[in-house]
Design a protein around this ligand. Structure first.
Ligand SMILES: Cc1cc2nc3c(=O)[nH]c(=O)nc-3n(C[C@H](O)[C@H](O)[C@H](O)COP(=O)(O)OP(=O)(O)OC[C@H]3O[C@@H](n4cnc5c(N)ncnc54)[C@H](O)[C@@H]3O)c2cc1C
Length: 490
């Protein structure tokens, strides 16, 4: 069943996209703009993948990402193309971010000018961090995020700035993530300029936006989302595609190369009965998480093995909120919590303060994150236990802001992801490049997309879909030119 109600997939299209997350939808949209007919097969009941928003009791709950930054060029381009500008909401000032240290949240510096102020680190730690340009550059391909951060910024900045930031972004283990793989720009700055800070200064304003040619990404700062949440974007892309293009509750089970250089994609339609369907296409983009992609590529061992080895972390997202009669709820974007500070929570975002319309008037809404690579079993705790963990973290971090007062919690909701975020270990990007090359060599009309390829955020996911279509399109143009030339010679 398609998301617009039509029953069956068309027998043949130019492109089948497997997976209707942001990467798959960006691919489908880009192909549609090239004039290709597309069919998106999505296993879930709705398209959007990890990008999912839900309004409940007046609270707006984001199952996955809460917002995207002004620099998200691929996302801005999609917004402009599907005409979503009128739905945008901008993050509210103040954009305070905190790190938890020694029993309370401490405000992080807002920019290079305020690095020396505040109590987020000792003076010695701050001076060591600022001495970074004088530390000899020694970029190593097998650097982990932590070995890189300790060498460049010193132990204290590594522990209280980099480690919690990594937990917040990857829910990962900074001792395992590869510096070059997880944060390629920082690694490259050391490699090219001998210093991360110097590289940042020299690199600022160098060149146009990556994938947003003609987009206005460079004019935006801060955080953005939509009135009814981030899922507005995948919903709008699905709706802007021709009717019958997006098929939900369709679990792809296999891909077969046919003799005429097309591919047959077999899926089970799980909504009403377990019917088996099939679509044939000249091109296929596999835009599903790495484990699922590996399962579809059993006949291509290099790709199958590399994708099977990508670790995905488990994360529980606990939304909790209530009335704020005294107007004391903390303001800002959120707090990251370093490991070893005695709290079983990775961090807390403050959606009702960061973006408008996330909670009913006079109420607060926070989102706590529990689990990650270093505490995977936490995801299996009961809802009550998870709520008590994030409540405790909230009170420890921000209790000093409302001494003697209560921040009553009357609403809560838990989401569990068992394949939340791919972990970019040392050598991850090279392994993924080899996987893509193996697929394209074996099946020239097939390629991959997804946030396990070019970066883990929503912008990287969207960008991966655009890149996948470009690769297929370029190969098609080259093949057509070659066959024309050969035809001309013979
Ligand atoms: C808790 C959480 C918080 C996050 N926070 C942020 C944030 O603040 N900022 C940010 O930029 N990013 C954030 N992210 C990351 C962001 O959500 C992802 O980068 C992005 O949504 C990934 O999109 P994708 O299309 O690559 O993958 P997915 O969204 O995983 O989409 C893949 C799709 O493939 C489908 N699928 C799987 N198997 C099959 C099959 N056999 N047949 C058909 N379909 C199949 C799945 O159902 C899914 O819809 C967060 C992620 C999580 C989980």
């Amino acid at each position: 069943m398609s998301s617009d109600g039509s029953l069956a997939t068309p027998p043949q299209v130019d492109l089948v996209v497997i997976g209707g997350g942001l990467s798959g939808l960006a691919a489908a949209w880009t192909a549609h703009r090239l004039g290709w007919s597309v069919c998106v097969l999505e296993a879930g009941r709705t398209a959007g993948g990890k990008v999912r928003s839900e309004r409940r009791d007046g609270f707006l709950l984001e199952w996955g990402p809460m917002a995207f930054p002004g620099s998200a060029d691929a996302v801005w381009k999609l917004i402009e193309e599907v005409g979503l500008q009128g739905e945008l909401v901008e993050g509210l000032p103040p954009g305070d971010r905190y790190v938890y240290r020694n029993r309370r949240a401490r405000r992080l510096p807002q920019g290079p000018g305020s690095l020396l102020s505040g109590d987020y680190m000792s003076l010695g730690g701050k001076l060591r961090m600022l001495a970074e340009p004088f530390v000899l550059g020694n970029a190593r391909e097998d650097d982990t995020v932590m070995s890189f951060a300790r060498r460049r910024l010193g132990r204290e900045a590594a522990q209280y700035l980099i480690a919690p930031f990594v937990s917040g972004v990857f829910a990962g283990d900074p001792e395992q993530l590869g510096a070059r793989d997880a944060f390629p720009r920082l690694w490259q700055w050391e490699h090219d300029a001998g210093s991360v800070l110097m590289g940042a200064v020299l690199g600022r304003g160098a060149g146009p936006a990556r994938s947003g040619e003609g987009s206005t990404a460079e004019h935006h700062h801060g955080l953005y989302s939509f009135r009814e949440g981030l899922a507005t974007l995948p919903k709008a892309i699905a709706a802007a595609l021709p009717p019958g293009s997006v098929h939900t509750s369709a679990v792809v089970q296999g891909i077969e190369a046919l003799a005429d250089a097309t591919y047959s994609v077999r899926y089970a339609a799980t909504k009403d009965a377990n019917e088996i369907g099939q679509v044939t296409a000249r091109h296929v983009i596999i835009a599903v998480p790495p484990r699922a992609a590996s399962g579809l590529l059993r006949t291509i061992p290099t790709a199958h093995d590399a994708l099977a080895q990508v670790e995905m972390c488990r994360v529980a997202v606990v939304h909790f909120g209530g009335p704020d009669p005294h107007g004391v709820a903390p303001r800002g974007v959120g707090v990251v919590i370093p490991p070893g500070e005695g709290l079983r929570t990775l961090g807390i975002l403050l959606p009702s303060s960061a973006l408008p319309g996330r909670a009913p008037e006079g109420h607060w809404l926070h989102s706590g994150f529990v689990g990650g690579v270093c505490d995977p079993d936490a995801v299996d705790l009961t809802d009550e236990t998870l709520l008590s963990l994030v409540r405790r973290a909230q009170q420890q971090a921000f209790g000093h802001l409302y001494p003697g007062l209560e921040l009553p919690c009357t609403f809560s909701s838990v989401v569990r992801w068992r394949d939340a975020i791919p972990q970019y270990g040392v050598g991850h990007r090279e392994a993924m490049a080899r996987a893509v090359a193996a697929v394209e060599q074996t099946w020239p009309g097939v390629t991959l997309a997804g946030n396990h390829l070019h970066g883990i955020n929503v912008n990287d996911a969207a960008h991966s879909g655009v890149v996948a279509v470009r690769r297929l399109h370029e190969r098609q143009v080259v093949a057509a030119a070659t066959s024309l030339a050969q035809g001309g010679v013979s």
